[in-house]
Design a protein around this ligand. Structure first.
Ligand SMILES: Nc1nc2c(ncn2[C@@H]2O[C@H](COP(=O)(O)OP(=O)(O)OP(=O)(O)O)[C@@H](O)[C@H]2O)c(=O)[nH]1
Ligand SMILES: [Mg+2]
Ligand SMILES: [Zn+2]
Length: 228
């Protein structure tokens, strides 16, 4: 009798996703497009921060958007209204984007004419961390009403990102949110991580975020590997 080796299905799914994420990244690098994946819990302000970011950068970069949503086109419509080509991914109930969905969406974007591709993930603080999409930058948006203990309770999300935005700082006076406690939690998981407290509503704190993002995007665009 030959010994049987069992490989958990989940492991295979994640491996397949990683493989496709790498293919997405190669395609993006080939077309000199920098992709930024925004992740957050539902309602933390992904779309609001994205719209502010588009407004600030639309004269500097050619921007397109991919929007993941369980059922509606509301957020993609908001991006389109901000003047960027936006592709909607309806996940049909799935609670995260995966690399296949993004691969399909990329086929609907004119990548040769896109410098910055903004991806809004499905509102969820758990599984998006396990499904890389091939983006150059992964950004986590936390928000004040969620509470200052989220880095402690959802550590995986905080480990794999290049920056954390703390949104809705305009309502800090109404919440017992200890920013130092929040930051200590983030630091323990991802030391030195870029951190941007801001309000998408009032615009306070946005400049530092936009300046950092611009630096990152320019870096990728400048150091792009010549393909030919
Ligand atoms: N006070 C305040 N409200 C905000 C801020 N940013 C967003 N909001 C509000 O928070 C709610 C959710 O904002 P969205 O930008 O739609 O959040 P989202 O993360 O894209 O939500 P989903 O895509 O549904 O997961 C809306 O009512 C916004 O007006 C902020 O900085 N301050
Ligand atoms: Mg949204
Ligand atoms: Zn999920």
């Amino acid at each position: 009798m030959s010994p049987t080796k069992t490989v958990p299905v989940v492991e295979n799914i994640l491996k397949a996703n990683d493989h496709l994420a790498r293919a997405n990244r190669e395609l993006l690098d080939h077309t000199h497009t920098v992709a930024v994946n925004f992740m957050a819990s539902p309602g933390a302000g992904k779309t609001s921060v994205i719209l502010r970011t588009i407004e600030a950068l639309k004269d500097r970069y050619r921007i397109a958007g991919i929007d993941g949503d369980i059922a509606t086109t509301i957020d993609a419509d908001r991006m389109a209204a901000a003047g960027v080509h936006a592709v909607q991914i309806n996940t049909g109930g799935a609670c995260h984007l995966d690399a296949v969905m993004v691969q399909n969406a990329l086929a609907q974007v004119d990548l040769e004419r896109t410098d910055l591709l903004i991806i809004e993930n499905v509102g969820n603080l758990i599984c998006p961390a396990s499904f890389p999409l091939g983006a150059h930058l992964n950004i986590l948006i936390a928000s004040v009403p969620e509470g200052d203990d989220k880095p402690y309770k959802y550590p995986t999300m905080y480990r794999g990102v290049q920056a954390v935005i703390l949104n809705k700082t305009d309502i800090l006076p109404h919440f017992d949110f200890d920013i130092d406690y929040f930051r200590r939690g983030v630091e323990a998981l991802n030391p030195g991580l870029a951190f941007f407290p801001l309000s998408a509503k009032t615009g306070e704190g946005l400049d530092a975020w936009i300046q950092w993002l611009t630096g990152q995007v320019d870096d990728f665009l400048d150091h792009r590997t010549p393909w030919f």
